[in-house]
Design a protein around this ligand. Structure first.
Ligand SMILES: [Zn+2]
Length: 373
């Protein structure tokens, strides 16, 4: 099983979500949690912003975490110096590589871009910091220029190359082809960085790993601008179960991490959010529950316990008699399958009245008011 490395950017790209702002104290706490959960890298912030952001970066750099802590920088020596001043030993230096962003965002040429990157990279080297190269908007860039940028970064001593699908326009098959060509065409390990504008961030990350990417950029809960980034919890589980690949993650901490980031970002977790949602291990439909009772793998892609979750069977409009008999039995109210079948209409009507599911207290009330016979 190949080892895949996860670089978490919740504290940098995740924080760029409109309306999200982490204090220095919060960044420290989340960085410690991320480290404990086993991510390989933590992108902690952008020191060039100054103010509290610098305090946060400095504090996280001083923690001595197992994960490699890095900062985000434009291709400007001043940005890199701001990172070095915070004690960063690793810096990420980003450069738009699409002609669209170079011309229409910066009003600059390709040769200017390579010159600016070189200057920033040399600044990192002189400061004794390792650096990674960020190809922004790589998915809309000319591939020949992307390779030229990668070669330039390799010669300067970059540790790896980040391929950013900045506006989330990749699809999995194209991602696989592009990343395979990139891995074969230049010497640096590749990190895939995807956005979720079409709901494909996790799929594209997995496709990139299949194409040869060694690292994946992720954020907890997929927190990020617009539709967000590839979600750490989705990528970690998909790599393990659909790869299979190895990561350094302690999967039991994923749900705790998800809740912590949901609180800190003030963005509630949708109940059906893969891996970490409150309802993803809850079953109601008759056929499914019947199948689950025979063997949970019939309707579960992985054991909830693997991520510290608990399987729940609930009663509702779609409940079948097997589930009802089982749930009553668990509650010490044994009935025969035949009796369960007779009780079923009561449960279904109760669920429709309640506009959701029926809990045990409601079930007891229903039974005492309408138990047949
Ligand atoms: Zn991004």
């Amino acid at each position: 099983m190949r080892r895949v490395y996860l670089n978490d950017t919740t504290l940098r790209d995740g924080e760029q979500t409109p309306g999200v702002a982490f204090s220095a104290q919060r960044k420290v706490r989340l960085a410690m949690l991320l480290d404990e959960a086993g991510v390989d890298g933590i992108e902690v912030g952008t020191p060039a912003m100054g103010g509290q952001e610098r305090d946060a970066v400095e504090a996280v750099c001083a923690l001595g975490l197992k994960a490699r802590v890095s900062t985000w920088n434009r291709s400007l020596a001043a940005d890199v110096r701001a990172s070095l001043d915070c004690g960063a030993r690793q810096v990420h230096i980003a450069l738009p590589v699409s002609d669209r962003q170079l011309e229409r965002k910066l009003g600059k040429s390709r040769s200017w871009a390579l010159g600016a990157f070189t200057e920033a990279a040399l600044c990192a080297r002189e400061g004794g910091a390792a650096f990674t190269a960020g190809a922004e908007d790589a998915s809309r860039a000319d591939e020949a220029f992307l390779l030229e940028f990668a070669q330039c970064a390799a010669v300067l001593g970059a540790e790896r190359l980040r391929y950013a699908d900045t506006v989330g326009v990749l699809e999995p098959l194209g991602t696989w082809r592009r990343i395979r060509r990139l891995c074969r065409g230049q010497p640096l390990p590749v990190e895939i960085h995807t956005h979720n504008d079409f709901g494909l961030a996790t799929a594209n990350s997995l496709a990139a790993v299949r194409g040869g990417a060694a690292w994946v950029s992720v954020t907890v809960n997929g927190l990020g601008e617009r539709a967000g980034n590839a979600a750490l919890e989705e990528v970690a589980l998909a790599l393990r179960h659909l790869g299979p690949y190895r990561t350094g993650m302690d999967l039991l901490l994923l749900r705790c991490l998800a809740r912590a980031v949901a609180r800190a970002s003030r963005r509630a977790l949708p109940p059906g959010k893969p891996v970490v949602g409150t309802q993803v291990f809850t079953h109601e439909a008759g056929i499914h529950v019947d199948g689950i009772l025979r063997d949970p793998a019939n309707y579960e892609p992985f054991d909830p316990a693997e991520v510290g979750g608990t399987r729940r069977l609930v009663l509702g409009k779609h409940t079948g008699s097997a589930a009802l008999a089982h749930i009553l039995d668990q509650a010490g109210m044994s009935v025969s399958r035949e009796e369960a079948r007779e009780l079923l209409p009561l449960v279904r009507e109760g669920a429709i009245r309640a506009g959701g599911s029926v809990d045990l207290a409601q079930l007891r009330a229903l039974l005492s008011s309408g138990r047949p016979g």
